[in-house]
Design a protein around this ligand. Structure first.
Ligand code: DC
Length: 222
């Protein structure tokens, strides 16, 4: 018997940090599906495909072989065999991944990989459509969110720590744009599953949010 835990929510809600820590505590595998979309986005950027050219994205995505491996518990994303973890966290990749993730062929290309990772394993998988589309029968579904201001501030501090000089206003604007694109796309939009537990982390520390997620998992996984 294996357990699948789905965590969805908008950009900057703290999903990856919280899901990773919860997975460590539960000794589950953590699967970050956003990183897979980011790897495909990097592939498109390297090919010089424009942000609007969804037709070429649909045709080219089959040439982007994305796979996942783990090193010391850390998820490594391989793009055509190359470890791209250090290349997929830029703002350019963020914007391209939001565009690429609206393309049906791109989503279909990643769906099998995501489902096969969850089959027969205890996983915490995070993304936008895990509870609604990828793992609709997940044992636990959590929708993790926070106010736009809090999410923008967190992302801004993360970027500053990496040396970025982008203003808070600019980071907030990009978060709002990405939220809108993720929520309003035709295929698998960001949406709270009816049976998801809603967790607003605006006033929570990371530890408090991890504890809340673990508490929900304990209640549901009986
Ligand atoms: O979680 P993230 O910021 O790394 O995700 C990058 C982009 O990928 C985001 O704009 C939405 C998209 N995405 C998606 O459409 N479905 C998922 N399951 C995960 C991410």
């Amino acid at each position: 018997m294996s357990y699948n835990i789905a965590i969805d929510g908008p950009a900057g809600a703290g999903k990856s940090t919280i899901a990773r820590r919860a997975a460590e505590k539960l000794h589950f595998i953590y699967v970050d599906t956003g990183a897979m979309y980011r790897a495909i986005a990097l592939f498109f950027l390297k090919k010089g495909i424009s942000f609007q050219d969804t037709e070429t994205m649909a045709a080219e995505c089959r040439n982007a072989e994305v796979s996942i491996t783990y090193q010391d518990g850390e998820q490594i994303v391989l793009l055509n065999g190359e470890n791209v973890n250090s290349l997929i966290r830029t703002e350019e990749v963020s914007s391209m991944s939001s565009k690429a993730s609206a393309v049906l062929e791109v989503r279909a290309h990643l769906l099998d990989l995501q489902r096969s990772l969850a089959a027969g394993e205890n996983v915490i998988m995070d993304g936008r459509d895990i509870g609604t589309c990828v793992l609709p029968k997940a044992d636990v579904k959590i929708f993790l969110t926070a106010s736009t201001q809090v999410r923008a501030r967190r992302r801004y501090e993360e970027l500053r720590a990496k040396g970025s000089e982008e203003s808070l206003e600019c980071v907030e604007r990009k978060i709002i744009e990405r939220d809108e694109a993720d929520r309003n796309r035709a295929i698998s939009p960001l949406r709270e599953a009816e049976d998801a537990v809603h967790v607003d982390t605006s006033d929570m520390t990371v530890e408090e949010a991890v504890d809340r997620v673990l508490e929900i998992c304990q209640e549901k996984m009986v």
